[in-house]
Design a protein around this ligand. Structure first.
Ligand code: FES
Ligand code: FES
Length: 160
């Protein structure tokens, strides 16, 4: 028998959420089309650009390559959950101040990959930042502003 839709229970941005999705839907599609969270961007859908990056149980993952059904019981953080209410995450402030978000298409994925880096390594070197963000392509900035912004946010987080 062909299964039409399945139920997936997960926590998205801290909220317990039940999604009814076709079994073949990716997490990217489920977030955008079922949960209404369009901050996660469609890019290549081939695992090559990083635009669809979200955190699953704290780890950066390409949501275009993950089935929503595989996320049952998981905690997912999307860009909509990065700020603390009205207070921007230091990464978001630094990106705005230093011109690290230009067209903005890569920005949600970059911010989430950087946020995960700063949790596991509060004092990353420039090379460690480059390595952590190497799967996130940006066609606008030339990357320098992004690396500078991550360094500024790291400094701010360390002095809090
Ligand atoms: S859209 Fe997922 S890696 Fe490009
Ligand atoms: S800011 Fe445009 S792709 Fe990165």
């Amino acid at each position: 028998m062909l299964v039409d839709k399945i139920t997936v229970n997960l926590k998205i941005n801290g909220l317990a959420t039940e999604l009814r999705v076709p079994p073949q839907k990716t997490l990217l599609e489920a977030l955008r089309e079922e949960a209404g969270l369009t901050g996660t961007k469609h890019g290549c859908e081939l695992g090559e650009c990083g635009a669809c990056t979200v955190l699953i149980n704290g780890s950066p993952q390409l949501s275009c390559l993950v089935l929503a059904a595989a996320c049952d019981g998981a905690e997912v953080l999307t860009i909509e959950g990065l700020a603390n209410g009205p207070e921007l995450h230091p990464l978001q402030s630094a990106f705005a101040e230093l011109g690290a978000a230009q067209c903005g298409y890569c920005t949600p994925g970059v911010l989430l990959a950087a946020a995960a880096l700063l949790v596991r390594n509060p004092s990353p070197t420039r090379d460690e930042i480059r390595q952590a963000l190497s799967g996130n392509l940006c066609r606008c900035t030339g990357y320098l502003q992004i690396w500078n912004a991550v360094e500024r946010a790291a400094e701010q987080l360390r002095t809090r």
